[in-house]
Design a protein around this ligand. Structure first.
Ligand code: ATP
Ligand code: MG
Ligand code: MG
Ligand code: MG
Length: 572
């Protein structure tokens, strides 16, 4: 590719709504363009990365025996009603009506459609196992779309669906996909971890998430450095309820410590530093106030950020009844989902800001003072400093690993892939059966396997950047090599060598861009460092006189001088 015939559009400053580094850098590098909340145009530079991600996924899915197809984005509601997901999915499922008033879903995944294909196409055990996949646009009306491609509303996912005769077969298909995912994420060149996960709303039994490790990740991962135990925090809590802080908390009581503020007391009780950040906290009270018994919840630690299934109520000093509250209970009690709660004693919804420290939130909401537990009412006018991300959870670093082989450590991750054993969750509702050897109908055993194709871009950047810009792993970079001629339009020698090298590297199968725009070196270098091309070759008149070119890897501090004739070999 020649830069003059490509589209390059870089920005000095990121737009104000870009909060995290990957979003900022993708906007500045001209990879994406915002069209609406959580909806982006993939610009030519960004699309090249998406295509490379897709190709790696496609190659490994094919190698694992999965078969590519393409299912529609717009799907009739009837199929979704068969499995009950039309109602269960709630507002995240985007619904549209056609001109006849018929209901349709814009697919967030495709279990219903693929199961419909299977039940009508697969009659006999002889056609099983089979695994269908597609790489297709998804739409989820996320409560809070943000971080660019990381949590979009429209995004691209690879979703695969396996069909088997029995549970053993399903588990085998699952393992094949799991292994393929390991190969895929290795080929991306990203540091990742597979963790045991809950199945959540999708149903079934047994699942793993694949996370790209990054401090800015929304998820907390629990692992044991001394063994291969690894789970996401929700699964870790579910697996170790008896040793969890929450379970222990149910029996504990604690009274106010004189001289300590409530937030200090709460933090100490939970065994966390005051600077711990939680996703959201809402306060309510279950105590006697002026002789009147009041049942309210004081401190709620919200799971995840938005799709909350569960809310933990932590005991605080002076609180008589400690218990966990479910999201449904919160909604029933307060008439509003978690994350929204009126000032204490009222039921009026008020948004509580997320990602605050324990101390900040306690003070923020209660105006707690040093003397103890004096409630002065909500104060939203105050400026609360941001701090690092960490969850306030019932499993914490240093707890004993469930396998007893060591202690737990916690790190942050970005969920980029998810594999599920579904069993008969969908085949049952949709009556997807095959005939076994005896001619008897049997329900198909299913698995489903997602990869967030567009999210990979954000995750890769969160893990690989510096103050100059993005550092793409070579396998998914928009271009592998950029050739920067010094004076392409002025020097015959430079032009000739740049063209020759461009041809040579391209012929050798490399994805090369020749910057023939005639920009000044500073502008050229800044652009390609921002865009994150992993290899750069500078062609200058002075070097050419000595028969040399300059090579610099994106992470290198200095350039290396390489003889003309050896460059192609050097790049391999
Ligand atoms: P999250 O927990 O981040 O909301 P999820 O668990 O709802 O994700 P799955 O239903 O497991 O997502 O979908 C499979 C994959 O699709 C995820 O692992 C993720 O990589 C990707 N994905 C899900 N939601 C989004 C989104 N809003 N934007 C981009 N990618 C997404
Ligand atoms: Mg989700
Ligand atoms: Mg998830
Ligand atoms: Mg998931």
């Amino acid at each position: 590719m020649r830069a003059s015939r490509f589209f390059i559009s870089t920005l000095k400053e990121a737009p104000a709504d870009a909060e995290i580094i990957s979003h900022k850098l993708m906007m500045r590098a001209g990879m994406i363009k915002r069209l609406g909340s959580g909806i982006y145009t993939y610009m030519p530079m960004g699309l090249r990365v998406i295509r490379k991600v897709e190709n790696i996924v496609r190659e490994e899915m094919n190698r694992a025996g999965a078969i590519e197809m393409l299912m529609p984005v717009v799907q009739p509601a009837e199929l979704w009603q068969e499995t009950g997901r039309w109602d269960k999915m709630g507002p995240e499922l985007m619904r549209v009506k056609d001109r006849h008033g018929r209901d349709f879903a814009i697919q967030p995944t495709s279990e219903e459609v693929v199961t419909d294909v299977a039940r009508s196409e697969i009659k006999s055990y002889k056609k099983l196992p089979i695994n269908f996949y597609h790489i297709q646009t998804k739409f989820r009306d996320e409560r809070r779309p943000r971080f660019g491609l990381m949590r979009g509303r429209e995004f691209t996912m690879k979703d695969a669906y396996s069909f088997d005769r029995d549970v053993a077969g399903m588990q085998q298909s699952y393992q094949i996909m799991y292994d393929a995912y390991v190969r895929i994420f290795n080929r991306f060149g990203l540091q990742f971890r597979a963790v045991a996960a809950d199945n959540g709303a999708i149903g079934g039994s047994g699942s793993h998430e694949f996370h790209v490790i990054a401090d800015t990740g929304e998820d907390a991962l629990v692992y044991c450095p001394q063994s291969d135990y690894a789970a996401n925090i929700e699964a870790a809590e579910a697996l170790a309820p008896s040793t969890s802080r929450a379970a222990a908390g149910a029996e504990l009581t604690k009274t106010a410590t004189p001289g300590k503020s409530r937030c200090e007391d709460v933090a100490e009780f939970l065994g966390l530093p005051l600077t711990t950040t939680v996703k959201s906290i809402v306060l309510a009270v279950d105590a006697e106030n002026d002789g009147k018994k009041m049942t309210q919840i004081w401190l709620l630690l919200l799971r995840g950020d938005h799709d909350l299934n569960e809310v933990k109520a932590a005991k605080v000093p002076g609180l008589a009844n400690f218990r966990f509250a479910t999201e449904a209970e919160i909604i029933e009690y307060f008439g509003t989902p978690p994350g929204y709660l009126g000032p204490i004693g009222t039921r009026k919804p008020v948004t509580i800001v997320a990602d605050r420290t324990v101390a900040a939130m306690s003070d923020f909401i209660c105006g707690a003072n040093e003397a103890g537990y004096h409630y002065t009412g909500a104060n939203w006018g105050r400026d609360i400093p941001e701090s690092t991300v960490a969850d306030l959870r019932n499993v914490v670093a240093g707890d004993l690993s469930p396998d007893g082989k060591g202690t737990l450590a916690i790190q942050r991750g970005i969920e980029v892939g998810h594999v599920f054993q579904l069993g008969t969750r969908y085949s049952q509702d949709m009556n997807a059966t095959y005939l076994d050897e005896a001619g008897k109908p049997q329900l198909m055993q299913m698995g489903c396997y997602g990869i967030g194709v567009t999210r990979i871009l954000g995750a890769a950047i969160e893990q690989n950047f510096d103050d100059k810009g993005i550092i793409w792993p070579a396998s998914i970079a928009p271009f592998e090599v950029v050739l920067c001629p010094m004076g392409y339009d002025r020097s015959e020698a430079v032009k000739a060598e740049a063209d020759r090298l461009y041809q040579q590297l391209t012929d050798a199968g490399m994805d090369v861009i020749l910057d023939d725009r005639g920009e000044r070196p500073g502008v050229m270098f800044a652009d390609w460092e921002l865009i994150g091309v992993p290899h750069r070759v500078v062609i200058g008149e002075r070097g050419l006189k000595d028969g040399k070119l300059e090579y610099q890897g994106r992470r290198d501090v200095e350039a290396t001088s390489v003889p003309l004739a050896e460059m192609a070999e050097f790049m391999k």
